[in-house]
Design a protein around this ligand. Structure first.
Ligand SMILES: C[C@@]1(CC(=O)O)c2cc3[nH]c(cc4nc(cc5[nH]c(cc(n2)[C@H]1CCC(=O)O)[C@@](C)(CC(=O)O)[C@@H]5CCC(=O)O)C(CC(=O)O)=C4CCC(=O)O)c(CCC(=O)O)c3CC(=O)O
Ligand SMILES: NC(=O)C1=CN([C@@H]2O[C@H](COP(=O)(O)OP(=O)(O)OC[C@H]3O[C@@H](n4cnc5c(N)ncnc54)[C@H](O)[C@@H]3O)[C@@H](O)[C@H]2O)C=CC1
Length: 218
């Protein structure tokens, strides 16, 4: 039962949602709705915002707008709904209809009663850093995210960016499971990192090519 309390003692599974082309409905058009809509658009979702009044920040986004109150049927075909109006009765009605239709729920007014939380996050190349405080403090999540980003060794970003194209090549060209696993591990292992740090990015590229071709033994 998603009542906002039972889940509080249970951990949540952190996941990465692939939203390209998925219909995501945002009910409400205030500051919270604008923030979540921007995050959804950034992931390639097809975003519909339903609200009688829209925050000007929504003007900057590629979204479909329904400038009116929520109506039955608004969730048809939706993968996810963000519930972010300032009217508790409307929020509850949308949550009930979403649960009935099996639509994933993010609730601004009562996160624990929904299916998912949007974490404080930032991206650097292929890397995503995300922080959740278990509904304790969005402000703390934001501050911790900034601290982690500050502490992050930028060489990880270079390493991941350089390693990324080789991954698919190894996946498709090495049929043996353990040899494939060995090469995939070598793509971002300590030797790769030390090569980058001490010999630079050209040496890393040479190392990664050797790894992909099975010419790197250590
Ligand atoms: C549970 C959760 C909702 C969920 O996603 O399910 C939630 C809840 C609440 N937020 C509140 C306030 C604000 N939140 C933000 C910003 C963000 N809030 C986000 C996430 C979450 N917020 C989830 C918690 C994650 C966790 O538990 O760690 C981020 C990460 C993602 C996003 O919102 O898109 C985004 C950071 C963006 C970044 O990283 O830059 C700002 C603006 C700012 O700080 O700039 C304000 C103040 C201004 C304002 O009111 O807007 C309040 C108090 C309401 C009140 O009573 O006044 C509650 C309710 C409560 O704390 O109980
Ligand atoms: N999770 C979070 O980060 C935060 C959550 N909150 C919660 O989220 C709610 C929304 O916060 P804000 O965006 O700041 O509110 P806001 O007051 O700026 O916006 C409320 C929006 O709801 C719309 N709305 C009202 N009735 C509607 C209906 N029947 N159908 C569709 N839309 C309707 C309004 O037109 C307006 O666009 C707050 O009431 C609070 O419960 C508030 C601050 C932060």
């Amino acid at each position: 039962m998603r009542d906002g309390s039972a889940q509080d003692v249970l951990p949540c599974l952190p996941v990465m949602l692939r939203l390209r082309g998925q219909r995501c409905v945002v009910v409400g058009g205030g500051a919270v709705a604008a923030r979540r809509a921007a995050s959804l658009v950034a992931c390639g979702a097809q975003v519909v915002v339903v609200a009688p009044a829209m925050d000007p920040k929504l003007d900057e986004l590629l979204i479909e707008r329904a400038e009116r109150g929520y109506e039955a049927g608004d969730l048809d075909g939706a993968f996810l709904v963000v519930i972010a109006t300032d009217n508790p009765a409307v929020n509850q009605r949308v949550a009930d209809e979403a649960a009935e239709a099996g639509v994933l729920i993010n609730r601004a007014d009562n996160a624990g009663a929904g299916d998912l939380t949007v974490m404080a996050h930032d991206r650097r190349g292929p890397l995503t850093l995300a922080v959740d405080t278990g509904q304790t403090s969005a402000a703390a999540a934001k501050a911790i995210r900034a601290e982690l980003l500050e502490a992050l060794d930028d060489d990880w970003i270079t390493l991941l960016t350089e390693a990324r194209p080789w991954r698919a090549k190894i996946q498709s060209s090495v049929p043996d499971d353990s040899e494939r696993a060995r090469r995939l591990r070598q793509l971002a292992d300590d030797t790769a990192m030390q090569t980058l740090k001490h010999q630079g990015v050209s040496a890393l590229r040479a190392r990664l090519q050797a790894v992909a071709e099975g010419r790197a033994d250590d």
